[in-house]
Design a protein around this ligand. Sequence first.
Ligand SMILES: [Zn+2]
Length: 342
Amino acid sequence: MARIIPGIRLWAVLVVALVIGACGGDSENTSENADQENTRLKVVTTVSPITSIVENIGGPRISLEGVVPEGVNSHTFEPTPSMAKLMAGADLIIINGLFLEEPTLALAESNKKDDAVILALGDRSVTPDEWQFDFTFPESAGHPNPHLWPDPNLGLRYAELVQDRLAALDPDNAAYYAGNLEIFRGKVEKMDQAIRAAVATVPEGNRKLLTYHDSWAYFAKQYGMEVIGAVQPSNFSQPSVREVAELIDQVKELGLPAVFGSEVFSSDVLEAIASEADAQFIDDLADDDLPGKPGDPGHTYLGLMKQNLTAMIPALGGDASVVAGLDIRNVFDGASGAVYPQ
Ligand SMILES: [Zn+2]
């Protein structure tokens, strides 16, 4: 017995020591993670292409959460009251601006911390004299077409503004953000060249877009295409019978081989126009619904552009193969933990 008891005691001491050690380690790790979590800049964004651009610059060194779910109409999106808490915790709130997300902006303004910054990328990327007014966004209503990002050059401008602001708010990581911007710039430049090359293969008379959702104004201007119409009225209702008849005549007259619907908006009307005018109906353009699911390698802003070009160019009689080989993945390896609401 006398020999066993010390053995038991030793065992007991070892177990206690191990338990204490394990607990100590755990609580240390947890507090380290919590520290990291607390020190990471908290960034809230709106639509997914913007979330993706911010993710590319901030990578895992920021805490990032988008609020507009993919597949909803971002133009009429109303934030839920629970998003007030998210806004209240944010250091930086990044929106497109140009009147795209007015209810979300109002929620951000009334709930944000005093020192939190709201960065409206679109407002800072073009001047009012560069605003595009057109079909769904008539000048009489005063709100320009807010879809700047389908032109990747403007997407890059967004990334520059994001890098600038992240570096100012989080100088310790400034070099990291600047490095990511340069890699992103390289990818965008390749995308820009590929789009130019792909558009050049489209017969000149076909470099025209009739779309349902009016999101190609800045893209078209950049790449020498013409948006001949957008079917969706400015109040996001349905177009009138007369407007539809005019569009059918226009497509027939121009001999357009294809018209383009959007994934987010059902477009029976455009489908009818296509069939009346004997044009192909392509229903899968998207301006803020990234391909695949969060975490997929192609679920990125550049992945969205690649998908659109792959749908658009061949339907107009061109060759989009130059787009196929582009690397559209994020600039950093692994997961950033960014939240994309679905
Ligand atoms: Zn849109």
